[in-house]
Design a protein around this ligand. Sequence first.
Ligand code: PAF
Length: 288
Amino acid sequence: MVDVHRSIDGFRSTLDSLRREGATVGFVPTMGYLHEGHASLMRAARRDCDVAVASIFVNPLQFAASEDLSTYPRDIDRDLDVCSGAGISHVLHPSVEEMYPGGPVLTSVSVSKITERFEGASRPTHFSGVATVVAKLFSIVGPCRSYFGEKDFQQLAVVRRMARDLSMPVEVIGCPIVREPDGLAMSSRNVYLDAAQRDAAPVLYRSLQRAASLASTGVLTSSDAPSVNEVESVVADAIAAVPEAELDYVALVDALTLEPAHAVGGSQRLLVAARFGSTRLLDNIAVG
Ligand code: PAF
């Protein structure tokens, strides 16, 4: 059974009293339309902490005017079943008015530098919307461990940096990407793909795997490591060969700072974003 809280004060005081009784809290923020990826974060929170809680809130601040806020998929009854099956005991499911009373916020959180490239380049206001709502949720939840999927790798880096820079009493935990059997990373946006786009979409993970293995072969054999361009081209070329897909970016970056790599080696991440029709899909893989 999941307790659903529509009020911020009620949710906050429930968590405060659980902590007073000695419980540790694991928190999974979501925008709903939950899938196995979210469920895996919730199970991790439940495994690591005494109490696992979640939020379900489609955050208007992180959508640009041209984006899919009104059509963003929603199914609260199914979401609550997923939460309950994954060990969540309390869910904050506030209205927009409860979260942002009096209209648009005058206070926002912006994380510079790591937000400028990649997702930030095509969605300039997105990360301040994410950082603002996550900061607000962290302030509501209080001291906790909070779980984020590695699929949105740049988001994870931004939230980690924000929590560190602002000394928030939150340990941010990144969890592995959960994939469909054919390798497509699970995402609430996958429902927008038509049949041909869905068939084509696993090109992202297939090409990332090939690129990561090219990178590690050079490094492991200490033969001439491939260049960054050679590694990125494996993904770019594979996507160019698929008519349903259009590459937005592919980039080998430092796994912590997200600065573009100048050479292959060390702890890196290969990031990709591509459009399938009007749906933008993201994926990434560890390199090194
Ligand atoms: O990843 C998401 O679902 C959202 O960006 C988040 C972190 C819940 C903030 O609205």
